[in-house]
Write a protein that binds this ligand. Structure first.
Ligand SMILES: Nc1ncnc2[nH]cnc12
Ligand SMILES: [Zn+2]
Length: 338
């Protein structure tokens, strides 16, 4: 396999940082708006894409929450997730751990159960059609209150056997992890795994809090950890997985240029970094596009790319035997094509 693009597309990998609402392509946004009789503030698909120019996280979040308004029925959530699974299977994704934001929907009168029914029917279909495995991560919106997060965890109770983890997303600055320490402790007591966005825009102190006060199993983004050498050494020593999202980082100005992206430094410092797409419909690419962009800008070779894929399985919430089976298949792929 001479061609690096094909190597990347076929490299078996897991995606660990994907917001399903962020996979809403403008074409589907228009189709769902029409199906549900919802008015959206855009006249055309081109106009939607032209609006995707952000200077910081909040610019994006405003548009992302507005776009999610077209999602009303279980069928809508099914169609959204099915489109993502089809697209990502073509990128070599054999396991996906996808996040969803129930509060974005319950605030509009769409029930928690509607969201779950739609997502789970698409998961069952993808597992049968693509042979992939999928886990769900319920994210709390950090700009909302602790009380609202507790209420959301309560709504999740009937579905806990289908939810693997809770996460923390939305506007990071001004909403430190400590705000959710008690709800995360309750989630842990319910048997859920824990992840949190930290160090995307927020300072290294927020990463410390995610580790010390939330006791997360995995860090989403984590880029700004690199500003703190002691923290970086701790993340490396403890084998903490970082779900890094290069195209997102570029679009949201976490880095000014892909040439400045720290993905290779992360690997060289022994961090268990992974590559993910975050919100692919908004940031210009799915997971393989993210591998390609990082490889081109930072000179990653096949070994580095295989390490990133390896880290994606090691950092997943799959049981040990399933991780071992994925690593064996990855090793066989690299032995043949590396
Ligand atoms: N990159 C991101 N950071 C915080 N919240 C998000 N919600 C969706 N994408 C997000
Ligand atoms: Zn994210």
């Amino acid at each position: 396999m001479a061609d690096l693009d094909t190597f990347i597309a076929r490299l078996p990998k897991a995606e660990l940082h994907l917001h399903i609402e962020g996979s809403l392509e403008p074409e589907l946004m228009f189709a769902l708006a029409q199906r549900n009789g919802v008015t959206i503030p855009f006249a055309s698909v081109e106009e939607v894409r032209a609006a995707y120019s952000f200077t910081r996280l909040q610019d994006f979040l405003d548009i992302y929450y507005a776009g999610a308004d077209v999602l009303r029925t279980a069928r809508d959530f099914h169609d959204l997730a099915a489109a993502y699974f089809d697209r990502t299977a073509a990128d070599g994704v054999v396991h996906a751990e996808i996040m969803f934001d129930p509060q974005t929907h319950t605030a509009r009168g769409v029930s928690f159960d509607t969201v779950m029914e739609g997502l789970l029917s698409a998961v069952a279909e993808a597992e049968a059609k693509h042979g992939m495995t999928v886990k769900l991560i319920l994210c709390f919106l950090r700009h909302l209150s602790e009380e609202e997060a507790f209420a959301t965890l309560e709504q999740a109770r009937p579905w806990l056997d289908r939810i693997t983890a809770v996460g923390l997303d939305s506007s990071e600055l001004g909403h430190p992890p400590e705000k959710f320490a008690r709800v995360f402790a309750d989630a842990r007591a319910l048997g859920l795994r824990l992840v949190a966005h930290a160090g995307e825009e927020g300072p290294p102190e927020y990463v410390h809090q995610a580790l010390d006060l939330l006791d997360v199993d995995r860090l989403d983004h984590g880029n700004r950890s690199l500003e703190d050498p002691v923290l970086t050494a701790r993340l490396a020593r403890t084998g903490m997985t970082l779900t890094v999202c290069p195209l997102s980082n570029l679009k949201l100005c976490v880095v000014n240029d892909m040439a400045d992206h720290p993905i290779d430094h992360m690997l060289r410092q022994g961090l268990r970094a992974t590559i993910n797409s975050d919100d692919p419909a908004y940031f210009g690419g799915y997971v393989a596009d993210n591998y390609r962009a990082a490889a081109a800008a930072r000179g990653l070779d096949r070994r580095d790319l295989a390490t990133l894929a390896r880290n994606s399985f090691l950092g997943s919430f799959l049981p040990d035997d399933a991780v071992a089976a994925h690593l064996a298949r990855l090793d066989a792929f690299v032995a043949e094509h590396g």
